[in-house]
Design a binder for this molecule. Structure first.
Ligand SMILES: O=C(O)C(=O)C[C@]1(C(=O)O)C=C[C@@H](O)C=C1
Length: 429
């Protein structure tokens, strides 16, 4: 199967304008606000910046989402057909529908019942885009999330995300972090650059093998190729097994194996899965070569529309935020209690340098100006945005932040886990 590349039809800009409307959550009217800029939210609630509009998602206690038909080209026809991803509740009251402010002139027609279809659609209809060729770990993650999925291999992550935006695929798989090497650089930023929603997570054991053409000896290897994350996850083992070999990064693990097989490359090995060895007719030189046998990678499943898990099942939500200018990491003193007081567990917190505002100048006690790195924060917490406590926590967080984006709410991966067996190799000399 040919992989999609980012050169597939684009003009994404036409797809990412938000749809102004109104939101309902669990029978309550929830006024939501967002800015049409895909990333930045001005601080404050209910202000009248020209670029703010009312936004909407249809969220009831039965968790419905909007699925609008695509136009002839497969693209959404109108701006109004798309739901805004930057949904940030700013007011939650037991207020009746009429108390919601009247729609702005550009507000689309009200959504009628016959236009609402339940999500998720049946698994077998889901086309899932991922970076890599068949045999990639991302493909296995897609299968775990959607057992009857149709695979849409892409040559880059960017292409996988575009495939969903362009309705070529229904979901994209995004690897975000690994137990041995940490977060995948740049992948959360991809989420900020695209208007997709996190609708699922998969935590998967990653059991790497060293694969080469049949008959290859470990001591004759001159090169080991793989996805950079896989190279890092096996760094110590490779140094021990093949100290003479150089490392080379390629787009995905399975692609590395395919490249060796297709080009008949001698003295080159790929780090990839055992299934990949079967797919491309390679020999497994060593099995379980990750530096720790309990190696795990976490993947997120992305969709065009949010699917908010109903309350009462274990769920997570992911957000990103930036402090008000000049505040720095002190924002955490204010943000974290918003969750603690509502008994919401945090499962992850991470900072990354602020790409637009990297430096903060601070005057020290001696009157000198000191440069600090400015950060954005990524936070995962254990609650669904369908829960009032989560909505209230974010209402509070918004007061302390210059930018806040809800990346999505999704069911937690509750599948059992047991440690895999230790490494074995066919050729120990
Ligand atoms: O290259 C692959 O096979 C992938 O699915 C990508 C990826 C990653 O990006 O982390 C997924 C799992 C492993 O951690 C190694 C690589």
């Amino acid at each position: 199967m040919q992989a999609l590349s980012p050169s597939t039809p684009n003009n994404l800009k036409s797809l990412v304008r938000p749809a102004p409307a109104r939101a309902w959550m669990g029978g309550r009217a929830v006024r939501c606000a967002f800015r049409s800029d895909p990333v930045y939210f001005p601080n404050g609630v209910g202000h009248s910046h020209a670029d703010w509009q009312s936004s909407c998602a249809i969220l009831s206690s039965k968790v419905l989402s909007l699925e609008q038909p695509a136009g002839k080209s497969g693209h959404p026809d109108r701006v109004a057909d798309r739901v805004d991803p930057n949904l940030v509740p700013i007011e939650t009251k037991d207020s009746p529908a009429p108390s919601v402010p009247a729609p702005a002139p550009q507000t689309p027609k009200p959504i009628s019942l016959f236009k609402i279809t339940p999500v998720p659609v049946h698994d077998s209809q889901l086309r899932v885009a991922y970076q890599g060729v068949p045999g990639a770990y991302a493909e296995a993650a897609a299968e775990k999330a959607y057992p009857n999925f149709e695979a849409i291999p892409c040559d880059q992550l960017e292409a996988a995300l575009q495939a969903v935006e362009l309705r070529i695929a229904d979901r994209a798989v995004l690897p975000v972090e690994n137990s041995l090497v940490g977060s995948t650089p740049g992948n959360y930023d991809l989420l900020l650059r695209h208007r997709l929603h996190v609708v699922g997570e998969v935590q998967m054991p990653v059991h790497h093998c060293l694969l080469a053409l049949p008959g290859t000896r470990l001591k004759c290897l001159s090169r080991v190729i793989s996805h950079p994350q896989a190279l890092w996850q096996c760094e110590h083992t490779i140094r021990r097994l093949a100290p003479q070999a150089t490392r080379e990064a390629v787009n995905d693990t399975a692609g590395a194996a395919e490249f060796i097989a297709e080009n008949g490359l001698q003295h080159v090995a790929a780090i990839a899965s055992a299934r990949t060895a079967e797919l491309y007719g390679l020999q497994v030189l060593a099995n379980g070569i990750q530096d720790d046998c309990s190696n795990m990678t976490r993947f997120l499943m992305l969709a065009r529309e949010p699917i908010i898990p109903r309350t009462g099942r274990p769920s997570k939500s992911s957000i990103m935020f930036a402090p008000i200018e000049g505040e720095g990491a002190a924002v955490l003193f204010k943000v974290l209690p918003a969750f603690a007081f509502r008994n919401i567990n945090l499962t992850k917190i991470e900072s990354r340098p602020h790409w637009k505002r990297p430096i903060r100048l601070v005057d020290d006690a001696n009157g000198r100006t000191v440069k600090h790195f400015e950060y954005m924060f990524h936070l995962d917490f254990q609650a669904s945005m369908a829960e009032v406590r989560a909505q209230n926590a974010l209402t509070e967080v918004q007061e302390y932040t210059s930018f806040l984006r809800v990346l999505g709410s999704y069911p937690m991966d509750m599948t059992p886990w047991s440690p895999p067996p230790p490494m074995s190799s066919v050729d120990s000399d």
